[in-house]
Design a protein around this ligand. Structure first.
Ligand SMILES: NC(=O)c1ccc[n+]([C@@H]2O[C@H](COP(=O)([O-])OP(=O)(O)OC[C@H]3O[C@@H](n4cnc5c(N)ncnc54)[C@H](O)[C@@H]3O)[C@@H](O)[C@H]2O)c1
Length: 328
């Protein structure tokens, strides 16, 4: 499928996520038409999004000039059909309900140009479940933004078996223009982001249910220890820096206590068996590290964490922490 650069878009479902996605696209100069459940609801959403954008700019949260670009590029349509009929890209962001998504995707694909790309913001539904609702499956994929959409940079992309590579390339290029980082993942329910997030959340609940710690203390530890590293490094980079041999030893205790659920991953064991212990001896998940790369990585890490501590001091405690301190 040959695809041009995305210059215009429609966002269907102008709620929490659709609204934020529309603001992000419009702020980057892409013309965006919104449609929700009725013309009144859509007009109300447009007014709210403009008010919000004004406030974001006044608070210095978005680039100066963004409000003018958003208000120039964002419009409300009276129906889904009118919103989608002449745009390059359509993002569906209605309720997370398969039946509603079916009706909306059928309406979108019947009214859109045959070459229009159709994305869905679904959090959990696989592409192979939603793609049959779209005519022209080669133009369909998941483009999963995170909440709050105007501020979170990462976007998960999921292709179906029929999605064209040109379509994926055009969406990636659009995401670069709106300053987002895309990651492509395979078509499995809950994708990667929510699968990891739910695994952490489930374990955190088990810890509380077992009486090991309170929700507040779990949150304090998550945000102030390993969560403190996460804006800069993912779990594999962190493991390389911590030492893979160290992980193997720590998993011995974890497996003894919690069984196979927390046994050492085979990949870690294999890397260690090959003598790859991470940054400390120059090889790990990220392949080989030269001494210069290791030095640069450690310097970046130290600077990043020191700056993060500075930012947190400047922002002060969150309202939730303040409330806790007040009770304490
Ligand atoms: N909220 C989150 O944290 C989050 C994060 C990532 C992805 N998502 C996904 O984004 C999608 C939207 O979620 P949300 O949080 O913005 O929900 P929301 O309830 O804020 O917004 C959904 C919007 O869809 C509209 N809508 C419902 N049926 C419609 C129809 N038939 N035609 C037109 N509009 C219709 C609603 O009126 C509403 O404005 C869901 O698939 C959700 O799973 C949500």
């Amino acid at each position: 499928m040959s695809v041009q650069v995305i210059e215009s878009a429609a966002v269907i479902g102008a709620g929490y996520m659709g609204g934020g996605i529309a603001q992000s696209l419009a702020a980057a100069g892409i013309r965006v038409v919104l449609a929700d459940i009725s013309p009144e609801v859509t007009r109300g959403a447009l007014e709210r999004l403009l008010r919000e954008a004004r406030a974001f700019e006044d608070q210095g949260l978005i680039q100066p000039g963004s409000y003018d670009r958003i208000s120039a590029n964002l419009a409300a349509a009276p129906s889904i059909e009118q919103a989608v009929r002449d745009v390059d890209f359509i993002e569906e962001a209605v309720f997370e309900n398969e039946d509603i998504k079916r009706t909306v995707l059928e309406r979108i694909s019947a009214a859109a140009r045959p070459d229009a790309i159709i994305g869905t913001n679904t959090s959990t539904l696989p592409v192979h479940v939603l793609a049959p609702f779209v005519s022209g499956q080669e133009r369909f994929l998941t483009v999963h933004f995170s909440n709050p959409a105007p501020f979170i940079p990462g976007v998960e992309l999921v292709s179906g078996t029929k999605t064209s590579r040109d379509v994926v390339a055009a969406v990636k290029e659009m995401l670069e223009r709106i300053d987002r980082q895309a990651a492509e993942v395979a078509d499995r329910p809950t994708f990667v982001l929510n699968r990891l997030q739910y695994a952490l959340f489930k374990e955190a609940n088990t810890i509380v249910e077992e009486g090991v710690a309170t929700p507040e203390d779990v949150d304090t530890l998550v945000r102030s220890t390993f969560g403190f590293r996460l804006p800069f490094f993912g779990p594999f980079a962190i493991a390389d820096m911590a030492g893979l041999d160290v992980y193997v030893n720590c998993f011995v205790t974890a497996e003894k206590a919690f069984g196979p659920r927390l046994s050492c991953p085979e990949t870690v064991k294999n890397l260690v068996a090959e003598g790859k212990h991470g940054v400390k001896n120059g090889a790990g998940y990220y392949g080989d590290y030269t001494p210069e790369e290791t030095e640069a990585l450690v310097a970046y890490r130290n600077k990043a964490y020191a700056r993060m501590a500075e930012l947190l001091r400047e922002l002060g405690p969150s309202p939730l922490e303040k409330r806790r301190a007040g009770k304490g």
